[in-house]
Design a protein around this ligand. Structure first.
Ligand code: IYR
Length: 246
C-alpha cells in the first residue's frame, strides 16, 4: 500500500498490469553496477558561475526571428534527456518545431484557446494576478521564434511485448528535464518562455500526431530577444527566504 502522496499522480498508475505472477520481471533490463566516483566535469567558474548563469535567465515574450543554430538546440534537448526519471523510464518526448507552417498552426490553436481562457475560463483573480506580467491571448512569439519545443510527458510506455509499462512519476521526471533544458538553453545564450497552454494539449497532440500516452506538459518558444524586448522588473527571493537549515 502506498501513501496518499504517491497515489495523487494517477497517470503514474495508468499502465500498471497485474499478471498475478509472483516472479515479475523488471521493465528495465537487469544491468551491471559499475563504479562511479562523483562529478568530474565541473564549471571553471565553480558554482558561482552556475548561479550567475541561471539567475540571468528570464522568461521573455518578445522573441526575434534571428536564426538559431539548430545543433545547439538539439544539444540542449540531449542535455534535458539526462534528467533522472522514475525507474529510469525516461518518460519524455521533445518535439522540436522548425516548420513555419506548423508554428502557424500551433499559434492558431493556442490563440483561439487563450482568447477563451482570458475571456471566460480563467478567474477574475487569475487575470488580475497576470496584469503585472502584461500577458494576453496574442502570442506573436509562437510564429516569430525560430524554434518551439513541445515537451510531452509519457503517462505510460510499452514493453517489447506490447504490454503497458508504468511510468512512475512521469510528470515530475519530465518537469526536472524541463528545468535542465531551461538551464542548457541559458548556457547557450538562448532565451525562452515557459508556457503551459491551457486546454490546448489534445489539439496540439493530434496536430503533431503524437500517441495517446503522451500529454503536453510545456511549450517553450526558443530564440533571442527582440531589440525592444522588456521584462518586468521582478525580484527573486533571497536564500534566507527559500531555505531552512536544520
Ligand atoms: N496561459 C496564459 C496565461 C498565463 C498564466 C500564467 I500562471 C502565467 O504565469 C502567464 C500566463 C498565457 O500564456 O498567456
Amino acid at each position: 500500500q502506498v501513501n496518499d502522496e504517491e497515489t495523487i499522480d494517477n497517470d503514474a498508475k495508468d499502465g500498471e498490469v497485474d499478471t498475478g505472477d509472483d516472479e515479475l520481471s523488471p521493465s528495465l533490463e537487469v544491468v551491471n553496477h559499475i563504479p562511479y566516483r562523483g562529478a568530474s566535469v565541473v564549471l571553471k567558474g565553480g558554482v558561482d558561475e552556475f548561479y550567475n548563469m541561471v539567475n540571468n535567465r528570464r522568461s521573455i515574450r518578445m522573441i526575434s526571428n534571428k536564426p538559431v543554430d539548430i545543433e545547439i538546440v538539439k544539444k540542449c534537448i540531449h542535455a534535458a534527456g539526462t534528467s533522472p526519471s522514475g525507474a529510469h523510464t525516461e518518460p519524455w518526448t521533445f518535439c522540436l518545431i522548425k516548420s513555419a507552417d506548423v508554428k502557424k498552426q500551433i499559434r492558431e490553436i493556442i490563440e483561439a484557446e487563450e482568447y477563451m481562457n482570458y475571456k471566460q475560463r480563467m478567474s477574475k483573480q487569475w487575470t488580475a494576478d497576470l496584469k503585472p506580467l502584461r500577458t494576453n491571448h496574442i502570442k506573436e512569439y509562437l510564429t516569430e521564434a525560430p524554434y518551439l519545443i513541445l515537451v510531452f510527458k509519457q503517462a505510460f510506455g510499452f514493453k517489447a511485448n506490447g504490454e503497458r509499462k508504468t511510468h512512475y512519476y512521469n510528470e515530475i521526471s519530465t518537469s526536472i528535464a524541463v528545468g535542465i533544458l531551461l538551464s542548457a538553453l541559458q548556457s547557450a545564450g538562448l532565451s525562452s518562455l515557459t508556457t503551459t497552454p491551457l486546454n490546448c494539449g489534445p489539439a496540439l497532440r493530434s496536430l503533431l500526431n503524437r500517441p495517446q500516452n503522451e500529454k503536453l506538459l510545456v511549450l517553450l518558444p526558443v530564440g533571442y530577444p527582440t531589440d525592444n524586448c522588456e521584462v518586468p522588473d521582478l525580484k527573486r527571493k533571497g536564500l534566507d527566504e527559500i531555505m531552512e537549515i536544520y
